[in-house]
Design a protein around this ligand. Structure first.
Ligand SMILES: Cc1cc2nc3c(=O)[nH]c(=O)nc-3n(C[C@H](O)[C@H](O)[C@H](O)COP(=O)(O)OP(=O)(O)OC[C@H]3O[C@@H](n4cnc5c(N)ncnc54)[C@H](O)[C@@H]3O)c2cc1C
Length: 425
């Protein structure tokens, strides 16, 4: 049986990565009385929830949209006293005809939702809970095959455009059903009732950019170090030593809140870790922040043809026009970095607009995930079984799914499960 950490004394924990997962678990552990050091290689915290200011407005380059399923995030937002606002509406943009349409609600027709709910109850009742391992085997099949097998094609019509537009891959690219179903669940549209969250009945985001939340959380933590390069990690029975370019950090336990495949080169990795890391896949997904005129405005647009098939890789899949008094937009694309800007210019022109100035482009290794065969073979169970082995814990999109609420919930639960609260006598 796995030995739980000795919680008679506060634990010293080193967390590698200061994105949402790392900062959430650091906060949870510090509030439970433990001593936490967070190491981040970038100059700033927030990971894939970066925000920048252009034209006097805060633009989110990554994660920022919260649905009414975001209860853990809402609690953090309330505790940290960050202001929220409604998000811009969503529209599907017919690229050929240049018309904006509402998203399809096909899943509500012909009993598709009821069929889905019955299947959920029978085969993956825990899909709404934090983590993915509990539902992985039931949903290992490639999504196209899984939808057809269960007569759930209307779900692809309703959620496929948004799913692909948001970076999770093309539905004809063999992505396992697990990730599509988790995404669809997290939209909040598959569950009953329309709850209110922080006074919003629909999706919301943070005024001033999503990074505000993570900066505030980091500001309350005792020891967050940015611009630190981890050079090697040594784990031994007595503790963990993390060597960095500014000296070693000693701790009882290690939390990897950065993708395992990224950390592997500096880790004294076990065979199990090496095997898992070799199986991780991710999508090359890009955010381009640019000024563009003459395009449809005032919505988050999902481009229909460019999200329909992987053949369109490289073309812009979505863009967000957030502030009515600014022509700055965030554009999203997959593909090779060298193609993205040229294809974006072409796409904008085809839509009748003009790309005036590119302010910046960010490439993400988006949505770390496993393939269908690995899921069917229990890869996520093996991953969960590693939690706590060799004094090491793993949080982030790989075990949790690449959405803020999912990573926050998983990180909080992991801390509560593995580290008892400690109060000074
Ligand atoms: C374009 C885009 C749009 C998105 N939109 C949404 C959205 O609207 N809603 C939503 O819920 N989610 C969205 N997401 C997803 C969300 O941003 C992620 O799920 C979330 O940021 C994951 O948090 P994390 O801490 O697990 O990982 P990350 O945010 O990736 O943080 C990992 C951190 O680890 C650091 N790191 C990596 N390697 C090392 C190392 N060797 N040493 C030290 N530090 C290291 C990284 O620099 C980073 O700061 C979006 C993401 C992107 C990219």
């Amino acid at each position: 049986m796995q030995e739980l950490p000795d919680t008679a004394v506060p634990r010293a924990v080193v967390v590698v990565g200061a994105g949402p997962s790392g900062l959430t678990i650091a906060r949870e552990l510090e509030r439970a009385g433990h001593l936490v050091t967070v190491l981040e290689e970038q100059d700033t915290v927030a990971g894939k929830c970066q925000s920048v200011t252009v034209d006097g407005h805060a633009f989110d380059l990554g994660g920022h949209i919260c649905t009414r399923r975001y209860e853990r995030v809402a609690r953090l937002v309330a505790e940290l006293d960050v202001e929220t606002e409604r998000t811009t509406r969503y529209r599907v943009l017919d690229v050929e005809r240049r018309v904006a349409l509402r998203q399809s609600m096909a899943f509500l027709r012909d009993g598709a939702l009821q069929r889905y709910q019955a299947l959920r109850e029978r085969e993956f009742p825990r899909i709404g809970e934090p983590g993915l391992a509990h539902s992985a085997r039931a949903l290992a099949a490639p999504v196209g095959r899984w939808l057809a097998e269960h007569g759930l094609e209307p779900m692809a019509e309703s959620f496929g455009t948004g799913y692909t537009a948001a970076g999770y891959g093309y539905l004809d690219d063999d992505v396992p059903a697990l990730y599509f179903v988790k995404y669809a669940e997290m939209t909040g549209l598959l569950s009953d009732g329309r709850r209110e969250l922080l006074g919003h009945t629909g999706d919301f985001t943070l005024i001033g950019g999503f990074a505000t939340l993570w900066r505030r959380i980091a500001g309350e933590l005792k020891d967050v170090r940015c611009a630190v390069r981890v050079t090697s990690v040594e784990r031994h029975p007595g503790g963990v030593r993390v060597h960095t370019d500014s000296g070693p950090v000693e701790a009882d336990d290690l939390v990897l809140a950065a993708p395992l495949d990224r950390v592997l080169p500096v880790l004294d990795a076990t065979d199990g870790e090496r095997d898992l890391a070799a199986r991780i896949r991710s999508n090359a997904y890009h955010t381009t922040l640019a000024t563009a005129s003459g395009l449809p405005e005032d919505a988050f647009y999902f481009l229909d043809r460019h999200t329909a098939t992987r053949e369109a890789t490289g073309h812009c899949v979505s863009y967000h026009h957030r502030y009515p008094d600014s022509e700055v937009r965030t554009f999203y694309s997959y593909g090779r970095p060298e193609d993205v800007t040229a294809l974006l210019r072409e796409d904008v022109e085809r839509l009748g607009g003009r790309l005036d100035e590119v302010h910046l482009r960010r490439q993400w290794a988006f949505m770390p995930h496993f393939g269908s065969a690995d899921l069917a073979d229990g890869v996520l169970d093996r991953f969960e079984a590693l939690q706590g082995q060799d004094r090491t814990y793993y949080v982030g999109g790989l075990p949790a799914f690449e959405l803020i609420e999912c990573t926050v919930a998983h990180a909080q639960d992991l801390a509560r499960r593995h580290f008892q609260a400690w109060t000074a006598p």
